[in-house]
Each structure stands twice: as structure tokens, then as C-alpha cells.
Write a protein that binds this ligand. Sequence first.
Ligand SMILES: *[C@@H]1O[C@H](CO)[C@@H](O)[C@H](O)[C@H]1NC(C)=O
Ligand SMILES: *[C@@H]1O[C@H](CO)[C@@H](O)[C@H](O)[C@H]1NC(C)=O
Ligand SMILES: *[C@@H]1O[C@H](CO)[C@@H](O)[C@H](O)[C@H]1NC(C)=O
Ligand SMILES: *[C@@H]1O[C@H](CO)[C@@H](O)[C@H](O)[C@H]1NC(C)=O
Length: 338
Amino acid sequence: MSATICAFLLTFSALRGPTVVSGALNRPTNVRLTSYNMNLVLRWDSPAGAASSLVYTTGSSVTAYRVGCVNISRLECDFTRLNISISEYGKYTGRVRAQLGAESSAWVESNQITLDKDTIIGSPNVSLFTNGATIDVSIKDPVFKISALRNVYNYATYNITYWKDGQKEKARSISNIQQNRVVLNDLDLWTKYCVQVQINTERNPNPSKPSRAVCESTTNEKGAPWVAAVVTFVIMAMAVALVVVAVVYRKCISHFLCPKDSLPQHFKEYLLAPPSSPMYLAMRNSHPPEEIYHQVSIIAHDRPVEEGSPLEAAGPPQWGSDSGKRDRLKSTEAMRKS
Ligand SMILES: *[C@@H]1O[C@H](CO)[C@@H](O)[C@H](O)[C@H]1NC(C)=O
Ligand SMILES: *[C@@H]1O[C@H](CO)[C@@H](O)[C@H](O)[C@H]1NC(C)=O
Ligand SMILES: *[C@@H]1O[C@H](CO)[C@@H](O)[C@H](O)[C@H]1NC(C)=O
Ligand SMILES: *[C@@H]1O[C@H](CO)[C@@H](O)[C@H](O)[C@H]1NC(C)=O
């Protein structure tokens, strides 16, 4: 597809035949292909004595040239802004020619770059948070035009340099850090420190641009325990105060909790009014099932039992304490009688 476009451009020039004078124009100079945070940009200078209406057409190449920007008057073309696929590990060359009407210069080729090896890695973004005598360093990777830092460079590490404000010559460094949150804890109290971070990668020979130096002051070493002690003290004091108040005003409090005053009349009415819930009414109106009860006479051998008196009155039950059994007995006796 890219080859077709390239062919189209070349054919186009050829069709113009005699009117196209390739190489008649001065060529662009200082043509260089650059990359910053994985973008791919071709830059050049205009030829000496160039007309203001001069335009440029560019191409980029892995193997064959693909068309880039066409008829532009700027002195750069960002290939990563065009809708062409660019590989983070690809080797690229660019080219450009000047055009004025039907005339065009010869192509000028750029240097070749391998994106992941040659791209300039931008500075990370560093934020500091003081926590008593320590400083938390939080690092954000630069945003890449294609892919992401951690995808392109699996083993990227941070080199954190820190120093007391105004004593950069005595800076200390910790390197080979992979996590993006680091605690600096060998710091003096009440001192302002500045921090700068660089990214090292295994494939790109150059470290990233250093981050802007950011500074923050440490405070008291016992920062956190001190706060905890104050909070504990305040809570204890409040608890003691509450107890004292409770003891001193116990009468008032008990009056408040168990008031002697009667409830307002409308509350009482509300509480005493018969509930109107249909479930409650149904429960209240249903009568318990009527028990069938027959009088039973049991005549003992030694002394007679009064008719109708409960069985229990006749001394210890002779048929066990199970009342169900007794009830059954009651009814069988009654049946026998009738
Ligand atoms: C980019 O190119 C692809 C295929 O080459 C195409 O499908 C897509 O529509 C293009 N997108 C834009 C914004 O031109
Ligand atoms: C670029 O400029 C040339 C000469 O003016 C013109 O013939 C051609 O159509 C232009 N190409 C585009 C893509 O605008
Ligand atoms: C760095 O991070 C801060 C806070 O997240 C943000 O405000 C700032 O714009 C970032 N700077 C860069 C250069 O990304
Ligand atoms: C870390 O950065 C400091 C300061 O820029 C430098 O002196 C040191 O060599 C670096 N260390 C590594 C391992 O890159």
C-alpha cells in the first residue's frame, strides 16, 4: 500500500514530462531524523536563497519509502502524527525534497535511527510528600507517543538523586529502583531536601532527561507518634470529663432518662388506641380451638376421688407425667362411661 503511494508520486512526476525539472531546485539542508519520547520527526533547513512559496514533501522508510507530509511549508514532518504504523523497534530513515510549482529538488536522505535505541527519553514527573523525617518520592513515567515506557523498556530503572537544598555537590544517589514510589529515610530533621530522578534503560544508551528538581522539608522525627500521643490524651481527657459530669449531674441525668412527667395526652391516646393492623385484628378475633373436656371419675381401691376434681389432686400420677397420655386416658375413660 505504501509502495503504491510512493510509486504514484514518482509516476506523477514522470507524467509531467518535460515541465518537471527534477534537481533544478536547491535541496533542503541539514536533514535529520529525530525521536523524542518515541515520536519520529524529520527536520531540515530550507535551501539557501529559497523562495517563500517553497514546499516540501517527505517520506519515511524502513525498507521502502512511504509517503509522509506532502506540499508542506513547515520545516518538519512528524511521522507519528500521520496514519502510518510505526514500530517501536524499527530502523527508520527519512527523506525530503523541495518543490516550487512543477519543479522539485532531488531527495535528501536523513540519518538512520532505531527508535528504542535512539529516542530521547523525556524527564519523569516527580512529586514529594513529607512524612515526618522521611520523604516519599512518587515518580510518573514520561508519556510516549507510541507504546509506553514500561512496554518498550521492560527493565527501566530510576536513579534518584537527592541533596540538602543548596548543597548539590554533596548529593547522594540511589539507583536501580524499579518501583515508582520510594521512601527516603536517611534524612535530617527540619531540613529542606531536593530530589531529581533520571530513568536508565538497558537498550537506550542515554539516560532520560533529568526531572526538574523538586524540594520539600522534613519535619519532626516523632511526627506521627507525637500526634498519636496528643490524640490519645485528648480522648482520655474527654472520657474523664464525661465521667465527672455523669457523677456530678447524675440526678439530672436520671431525671432526663426516666422523666417523672407524664407523657403528653396525644402520645398516650396514640399508644392506647387499639391497633388497626388487620393481622392483629384477625389474631385477636380468632378464638382458641375449644377443648373437648369430659369429666372423669377414677375410683381408687383405698379411697374414692371426688368427681370432677383434677387428676393431679388424686396423688402422684400413676401413668407417668406425660399429660398427653393422661388426656388420652381421660377421653377413653369417658367413652367407656358413655
Ligand atoms: C488509518 O488507516 C487505516 C488503514 O490504513 C484506515 O482504516 C483508517 O480509517 C485510517 N484512519 C484515519 C483517521 O485516517
Ligand atoms: C503538491 O503540489 C503539486 C505542485 O503544486 C501539485 O501538483 C500536487 O497536486 C500537490 N499534491 C497534493 C497532495 O496536494
Ligand atoms: C506532573 O504531575 C503534576 C501532578 O500530577 C501535574 O500537575 C503536572 O502537569 C505534571 N507535569 C508534567 C510535565 O507532566
Ligand atoms: C545517577 O545519577 C547521578 C546524578 O546524575 C549520577 O552521578 C550517577 O552516576 C547516576 N547513577 C547511575 C547508576 O546511573
